[in-house]
Write a protein that binds this ligand. Structure first.
Ligand code: ASP
Length: 320
């Protein structure tokens, strides 16, 4: 039993992708794939989570993650409550745990938590009743597990595989929970080469991203890549944001069509959004034929359905 599994080894919480086996990751991706529908088709709708209640507790801004968790839960038949944490009692000093215990008394079965502070999802997971599950929707710069899964799913769909690919993660890696979760997923799923590409100040610490090649030159880092994963500049996590000049950053690290030509001709471009167009990525690339950015958003709902269906499988009355 780990901090996110039950005694029988099944997944109870999703706090991180670190430590999940290849088999577990592939099972989640396969399950998510079964929930993907083309745009224009009706999204899947099941009663798998009927009678269960999912609460979204977000203390950091979110568009895609919050909406897609809500849609995922509703499409599985759950009741959903969205707590606007800015308006809730937390600003009156009520701790996150008191809020969670209040909602637990109101029959919430699954908590989806985003917080700027490292450790909050794990603290909640360690404190809730045994039938309750906790899903991280982004923990500081530590991890964003459902984003890592949707990124892996997008690559698998567009390239037909993950094994053997060269993936370049480019930008503000130091502050990025997206990069950390992508690293955990892709390394376990057998990517051939994972590169982290950033100016020296935005590279991760030496004890992280083991086995990844490090580049401080964008053009060298892009060469012959199959996947280019761009990251947002996270000014809110920078202590000295005055140092970052957006125009200078774009000149050195912005992904333009010309630079993209250094990657493989069929390379795909990803970005978790929100995008700073003209800072880390040019619009011609974000909206161009190699962009998989909208697929990432679509896959977000499918992945979150798969995760909800998986954690809710045992212990709280739902059957899958
Ligand atoms: N939306 C992603 C996150 O919450 C990426 C970003 O904000 O840059 O981490």
């Amino acid at each position: 039993m780990t901090r996110q599994t039950r005694a029988d080894g099944s997944l109870r919480h999703l706090l991180t992708l670190e430590g999940l086996s290849r088999r577990e990751l592939e099972a989640l991706l396969d399950r998510a794939q079964a929930f993907v529908r083309p745009l224009g088709a009706r999204p899947p709708s099941t009663g798998l989570l009927a009678g269960l209640t999912v609460a979204n507790l977000f203390t950091e801004p979110s568009t895609r993650t919050r909406v897609s968790f809500e849609l995922a839960a509703k499409r599985l038949g759950a009741d959903v409550v969205n707590l606007e944490m800015q308006l809730s009692s937390r600003i009156k000093g009520e701790s996150m745990l008191d809020t969670v215990f209040t909602l637990e008394s109101l029959h919430v079965d699954v908590f989806v938590i985003r917080d700027a502070e490292a450790g909050v999802p794990a603290l909640v997971a360690a404190s809730v009743a045994p039938h309750v599950s906790v899903l991280s929707a982004g923990e500081g710069s530590v991890s964003h597990p459902t984003q890592g899964l949707l990124d892996a799913l997008t690559i698998r769909q567009r390239k037909g595989r993950i094994k053997g690919l060269a993936v370049a993660i480019v930008g503000d890696i130091r502050h990025s929970r997206v990069a950390r979760s992508a690293y955990h997923a892709l390394a376990t799923l057998g990517v051939a080469e994972l590169r982290v590409v950033a100016p020296p100040a935005l590279l991760p610490g030496d004890d992280e991203f083991r086995g990844c090649a490090r580049y401080t030159d964008l053009e060298a880092g892009l060469r012959d890549a199959d996947v280019v994963m761009m990251l947002r500049i996270q000014r809110e996590r920078m202590l000295d944001e005055a140092q970052l000049d957006p125009d200078a950053y774009f000149r050195a690290f912005g992904l333009t069509s010309e630079r993209l030509r250094l990657a493989k001709p069929d390379a795909i471009v990803m970005h978790p959004q929100p995008m700073n167009r003209g800072v880390e990525i040019a619009s011609e690339v974000a909206d161009g034929p190699q962009s998989a950015i909208r697929d990432q958003v679509r896959n977000g709902v499918a992945v979150r359905m798969a995760v909800l269906a998986t954690v809710a499988r045992a212990g709280n009355g739902a059957t899958a």
